[in-house]
Each structure stands twice: as C-alpha cells, then as structure tokens.
Ligand binder design. Structure first.
Ligand code: PFF
Length: 438
C-alpha cells in the first residue's frame, strides 16, 4: 500500500501543530518575563537558527528518506551492521519518548478541559477523580483523531484547527494589549514594554539553558515526532523551507501568546512584575489567568475562548505524540490502526493516572524527557546525518532528489551545522545538566 503523503499546506499545519502547544502558551510567556524580555527572545532566535533548525532538517530528512516509522528509520538508512543495531536501539528510544510525553501531557491537557468547562460555568473544582476523568476525555479526543488516520484524521483536523487556534490567540492578544488602565498604576502598554524591551543584565548561563531547552521542547526536537511526520512529507516539498516556516510560525505563535498573557497581567494585577516572576509556567496559566480574565470587559467569554484555544494547542501536540508509537505498532507489529491506538491509549492512561495521583511523577517524567531524552535524541539524529549519512545524501534530500536547484554552498553550511555545531551545542547543555546533578 502506498504510504500517506501530506499536502504542502497539510505538512505545515500538522508539523506546526506538534510544535505549537502548551509550551508556547504557558511556558514561553513566563520565560520571557523572567529572563529579560526581548533579550531572551533574541537568544531564543539565535539558538533556533544555529542549533534547532539544523536538527529539525536532520530529523525530517531521516524520516522522508526512510519513509518508515521512527523505530526502523535509522536502521533502514544504514548499511554497516553496527550502525544498523545502534539505529534500532535509538529507534526504540524515539518510540518511547513521545509515549512517555503523551502520558503526562494528557494530564495537563485534561486540566485545559477542566478549566475550559469551569470558565463556561459548567463545572466546579473537583478532586483527583475528576482530574482523571478530564485526562481520559482529553486522551479520547486525541485517540479519535489519530484513529482517523494520517490524512483523514491528523491532517484534516490540523487544517481546520490550526488556523482557528491562530485567529483565537491573535484576537485575545489584541484585546489584552489594548486593555484600559484599571487604576493599579500599570497599563497593558507597560506589559508590552516589559516584554519587548531587552534587559541583557538578566541573561545568564541559566537563561541559555532555558532558551535551548524551551526551543527543543517547543519544536518537538529529538522526540521521534519529526522523523515520523517527515516520513509523510511529500518528496517534492522543499525540506529546509518547510522546517524554516515551522520554526518561524512556532516563534510567532509564542510571541503572540506572550502578548495575550503579559499585558493582561499588567493591566489587571496590582503587582504584575512580582506575579510574573513568582508564578512558574503552569501556575501563571492555571492560577493567575482565571483571576485575570473575568476582570476584563467580556472577560468570561474571553476566558472560556482562551481555555478552548489551550485545548486545541494541546490536542495538535498530543496527536503527534500518539502517532509515533501508533505508526511503529502498525508497521512493525502489523496491528490494525484502531488496535494500535487502543494499546497506546491504555499505556498512556495507566502512566497518566500515576501522574494525576502524584505531581512528582509528572515532574520527574517531564524532567527525564525534556532535559535528557530529547537532547539525546537530537544528538543521535545529528550525528547520524552529519557523520553516517553524509553530505551527498543530505544534499540529495534537500534538493528533493534533484528536483529543485539547491546550491551546494547552502547544503554545505547546513551540513556543517548538523555535523559540528548542533551536536556540540546540545552536548554542552547535556553535560552542564549532568554536572549540575553531581
Ligand atoms: N511542542 C509541544 C509544546 O510546545 O507543547 C510539546 C511536544 C510535542 C513535545 C511533541 C514533544 C513532542 F514529541
């Protein structure tokens, strides 16, 4: 059977859907607020250009060239027995990472469902049992899309939901940035100033780690998702252009989300700088915003629409996480798609239940995946493309097998970044974390 292929627009929205998620809306605004505003944004752009974009190209190339699931991809592209065996080992890791991420991401996704219903006035705050119910509902929504298949489920869903998500967050940002002053002494404009005025004195080594870690998580790098989705990208599409557009859109979305959150906190909270500095990621979105929104004109409606947009953003990411193990199970274990989806569902809800009962499990899984496994996955992909696959194959892939005129010089630069800069950059982050642990 011929493998499914995304349309060009489909590839953009589906891969951007994986990138744009809770990370953009709940973590990015907080990081910008605590790391010197635009100074952090500039640092983030620098890391995206010299490290993340090359890794994205490496992972998408592996996926598109092998045209198979993340477990088999490296094995299929290698010829030496040792490289093939290592490829299968890393392949297993690429299937494991998104499965683990899905298991805790669906718990936070469940919270977005909970807060949306509360903002609509339908439910009140519940305990652990209710949390599990919301997680289950969120996971069922994810499973329904993935069970619909690559084109009929994932691509169709993303083509409608991503433009909708973008419009909603843009409208909320416009509302938030033009809020009238409420007498606290601060205005929405001060919030925009705070976000866009670079304060380089706040940038330290920790900000570098934070920027790179955030960029990796946000762009879903090193997780097996880009390889899997890359295998559905049309062989005729320009790979570097696609990767660049996705990275650009992901950043744009994060900045717009910042404009939705930060000016609102400034206009409506008495001590905004402290509120932003002291409420780490999830607390900012789940504790502060539900207080902030109702204080605006039409606030109840805006609050409900905001949490609806969070559900959409989380869903387009969780379907990408689920597709990786599902494509592995359908291709390697020959399971039917519905059965594969059911199996991943059971594993995710089992681990997810532990996360709803104990917050530490969720934090530990997040730290394991985002700080260790994803950087390791990113290094493995760059070493493979930079050192094993080599320049000629990469150039062939970047020019869509000779279909487009791609200058050898630009391919050379990308190859050099993939071969040296990206793995060294990620390795240094990795080692710093390691020594911090000791
Ligand atoms: N990029 C998503 C976000 O910013 O929320 C999270 C994510 C999706 C991480 C898919 C990893 C992944 F494989």
């Amino acid at each position: 059977m011929e493998r499914d292929k995304f349309s060009r627009f489909g590839a953009l929205v589906v891969i951007a859907g994986s990138a744009v998620g809770l990370g953009n809306i709940w973590r990015f605004p907080y990081m910008v607020a605590t790391n010197g505003g635009a100074a952090f944004i500039l640092l983030y752009i620098f890391f995206v250009l010299i490290i993340c974009l090359p890794v994205m190209v490496a992972e998408l190339s592996i996926g598109r060239r092998s045209r198979c699931n993340a477990y088999r991809a490296l094995d299929k592209l290698s010829s030496a027995p040792a490289a093939k065996a290592a490829g299968r080992g890393f392949g297993l890791m690429y299937v494991l990472i998104p499965t683990l991420i899905l298991s805790y991401y669906c718990v936070i996704g469940g919270s977005t469902v909970d807060y949306f219903l509360r903002a609509c006035g339908i439910t009140a705050h519940g305990g652990n049992g209710m949390q599990l119910l919301w997680t289950l509902i969120f996971l069922l929504l994810t499973a329904a899309v993935v069970a619909g298949g690559v084109k009929g489920g994932i691509e169709k869903f993303s083509k409608i939901m991503m433009p909708l998500l973008f419009i909603i967050v843009l409208l909320i940002a416009l509302r938030s940035a033009t809020l009238p002053a409420t007498g606290s002494g601060w205005t929405a404009r001060d919030g925009l100033d705070f976000m866009f005025r670079p304060d380089f004195s706040k940038l330290g080594f920790k900000s570098c780690l934070a920027a790179l870690g955030q960029a990796f998580f946000s762009l879903s790098i090193g997780s097996g998702v880009l390889m899997t989705y890359g295998s559905y990208v049309n062989p005729k599409d320009k790979l570097f252009k696609t990767a660049g557009e996705i990275a650009f859109f992901d950043l744009l979305f994060a900045i717009i989300a910042g404009c939705a959150v930060i000016p609102a906190v400034f206009a409506l909270e008495a001590d905004p700088v402290n509120v932003l500095a002291n409420n780490t990621d999830s607390r900012l979105v789940f504790n502060i915003l539900p207080e902030v929104f109702p204080a605006m004109p039409l606030g109840k409606l805006i609050g409900a629409v905001f949490f609806f947009s969070l559900i959409l953003a989380a869903l387009t990411s969780s379907i990408s996480q689920m597709e990786v193990p599902v494509s592995y199970l359908t291709e390697e274990k020959k399971l039917s798609r519905p059965l594969a989806v059911a199996l991943v569902f059971v594993v995710a809800i089992a681990i997810g239940s532990a996360c709803t009962l104990r917050g530490q499990v969720l934090n530990a899984l997040d730290a394991l995946c985002a700080n260790w496994l994803m950087p390791l996955g990113g290094i493995a992909a760059t070493v493979f493309v930079g050192w094993i696959m080599g320049f000629d194959e990469l150039h062939d892939e970047l020019s869509s097998r000779g279909l487009h005129k791609t200058g050898k010089l630009s391919s050379r630069i990308i190859h050099l970044l993939i071969r040296y800069i990206a793995p060294i950059g990620v390795l240094s982050v990795f080692l710093t974390q390691f020594f911090n642990l000791l």
